[in-house]
Design a protein around this ligand. Structure first.
Ligand SMILES: NC(=O)c1ccc[n+]([C@@H]2O[C@H](COP(=O)([O-])OP(=O)(O)OC[C@H]3O[C@@H](n4cnc5c(N)ncnc54)[C@H](O)[C@@H]3O)[C@@H](O)[C@H]2O)c1
Length: 245
């Protein structure tokens, strides 16, 4: 129980990577505030069934007032120790078919959302004397990719926030970005990606499979615990070998 007595805000916690991180942090003893634009009741119930402690808050991370309210009034579980910010959206379309409104939405959720949630978490941690910030970027924070340019740009920006905040708030607050490669969540499910796309992606990976949300959650737990004591300003890859840099 390396996180006993800690309070963690986890965004994107209704499903996928955020949900797996919420469960894993709670399993290590953290009290979890599960945040999503959707209902997090299932995540909270699962944590309670495990014997953990969690509450749910509904919030659009791109909405400044909603995020400010969440941190001003929504955290009744004690001082904030950990932010795991996983809320995000994907966008796959050729550039010449992409509207400005689509670009704006991806940037608003992925980049502005990271800015807003990170700023309010850091505001509290700065006042309380320290904490751990983990943003979820992507392996696409390291390279360009055709038909994903707004998403790629947003994730380059998320990594830039993490690196800059690490410098601005050291040594009390560590700030890192997890940069996953393809992880088997709804984001890569049939609503967004074809079976042919998924197979091509898997074939191109050194480890020949998509990652599991629980594997990303293990890295998050490591960063939040003693293993993360000397890690800040990094983009940590967990990608099955999609990136060799
Ligand atoms: N799945 C992957 O292959 C992969 C790879 C690299 C990075 N990521 C990143 O990991 C993070 C989690 O993705 P996932 O794969 O779990 O996707 P997911 O679609 O399963 O979950 C994303 C969650 O974010 C929530 N969300 C979306 N917009 C929101 C908003 N405006 N306000 C609050 N909540 C919002 C959704 O409701 C959902 O619960 C994202 O930032 C994503 O870009 C995912």
């Amino acid at each position: 129980m390396t996180l006993a007595g800690k309070t963690a805000v986890v965004t994107g916690a209704a499903r996928g990577i955020g949900r797996a991180c919420a469960l894993a942090l709670a399993d290590e003893g953290a009290r979890v505030v599960a945040v999503d634009r959707d209902d997090c009741a299932d995540t909270v119930a699962e944590i309670a069934a495990m014997g953990g402690t969690a509450s749910a808050a509904q919030c659009d991370v791109a909405d400044e007032d909603a995020v400010t309210d969440l941190f001003a009034t929504g955290l009744e579980d004690g001082p904030l120790d950990i932010l795991l910010h996983a809320a995000g959206v994907i966008h796959e379309k050729p550039l010449l078919e992409t509207s400005a409104a689509e670009f704006d939405r991806v940037i608003a959720v992925n980049l502005r959302g990271s800015f807003l949630v990170g700023r309010e978490a850091i505001r509290q941690m700065h006042a309380n004397g320290g904490g751990r910030i983990i943003l979820v970027a992507s392996d696409m924070a390291y390279y360009g990719r055709e038909t994903f340019s707004p998403y790629v740009a947003s994730k380059h920006g998320v990594l830039g926030l993490a690196r800059s905040w690490a410098k601005e708030f050291a040594p009390a607050i560590t700030v890192n970005a997890i940069c996953p490669g393809p992880i088997d969540t709804d984001m890569l499910g049939p609503e967004h990606m074809s079976p042919e796309w998924r197979q091509r992606e898997m074939d191109a990976l050194l480890l020949r499979r998509f990652g599991r949300p629980e594997e990303v959650a293990r890295l998050a737990v490591f960063l939040c615990g003693p293993g993360g004591d000397y890690i800040t300003g990094q983009g940590l890859g967990i990608n099955g070998g999609s990136v060799l840099v």
